[in-house]
Design a protein around this ligand. Structure first.
Ligand SMILES: C[S@@+](CC[C@H](N)C(=O)[O-])C[C@H]1O[C@@H](n2cnc3c(N)ncnc32)[C@H](O)[C@@H]1O
Length: 250
């Protein structure tokens, strides 16, 4: 294990028992529909698959899905959720992706998980490995937040109320290093059981940087949307869904 993977595995193992409950309000159906339309007969590969939030509904479209994730505990949750869906998941580092002779019609990374690679070098390597694992004409899809100023990018730190009821308080505490492009968060929850901390650390990537890294990896931007419903992307978009296509021989 390398230090970056080790750090992410440790953080996401903490999230694993809470992850699905924390994200129950994020409907994965539009993502699964979008990805199924690109996967065709498949197979598909999800980088940072987590508990299978998107991979499971995609597999239920009849697409065979493989998942890779840093956290053994997130994968255990996926296995508990799996049922008879055609999905296999294994522990590993998406920066070190190596699928041997197997090629995929679709590789995707959702919910800003690409940012968990923590350095530009690891992000470039991940794209190069993914491009190599794609069949010619295959697609690489990334869903990620668009880093923007003013707001977090302008300040070094922020404390925000996420949720407040008569039984609990959820806060999110953030620090930001604009030089390394690293955000460090803690999600804090206070309730009758006490206090719980859920940590996140990520290196965000600007769209221009992502496109440059993808081009260097042999991937061509073919579509970009504001959401999984294919809404056009505008200056007010807070996230992007970018579709890159593997063109040319390798
Ligand atoms: C926010 S969760 C996303 C899970 C799932 N894709 C979803 O959309 O719900 C981020 C996931 O990235 C995984 N991760 C972080 N660094 C990774 C790496 N280097 N290789 C593979 N997975 C990684 C974490 O273990 C965690 O499960």
């Amino acid at each position: 294990m390398n230090e970056y993977l080790d750090q992410q595995a440790r953080l996401w193992n903490q999230w694993a028992p809470h992850y699905d409950a924390e994200h129950h309000d994020r409907d994965p159906a539009p993502a699964a529909d979008f990805l199924a339309s690109l996967a065709g007969a498949g197979p598909a590969l999800e980088l940072a698959v987590g508990t299978g939030r998107i991979a499971l509904p995609l597999a239920r479209h009849g697409v065979t899905v493989t998942g890779i994730d840093a956290s053994p505990d997130m994968i255990k949750e996926l296995e508990a959720n799996r049922g008879d869906a055609p999905i296999e998941a294994y522990t590993g580092d998406m920066a070190e992706l190596d699928t041997g002779d197997q090629q995929f019609a679709l590789i995707y990374v959702a919910f800003s998980s690409f940012f968990f690679l923590m350095t530009q070098q690891r992000q470039a390597q991940c794209l190069a490995r993914a491009a190599k694992a794609l069949a010619p004409g295959g697609h690489f899809v990334i869903e990620a937040t668009i880093p923007r100023a003013p707001g977090l990018l302008a300040g070094r730190q922020q404390l925000a109320i996420r949720d407040l009821t008569d039984t609990h308080l959820s806060l999110s505490a953030t620090t930001h290093d604009p030089v390394t492009q690293v955000f460090t968060f803690q999600e804090l929850r206070f309730d009758a059981q006490g206090m719980r901390l859920l940590p996140v650390v990520m290196r965000y990537v600007h769209l221009s940087e992502l496109d440059l890294l993808a081009t260097a990896a042999g991937l061509t931007l073919t579509d970009r949307y504001a959401d999984w419903h294919r809404q056009p992307i505008t200056a007010s978009a807070t996230q992007h869904i970018s579709v890159y296509t593997r063109t040319g021989a390798r």
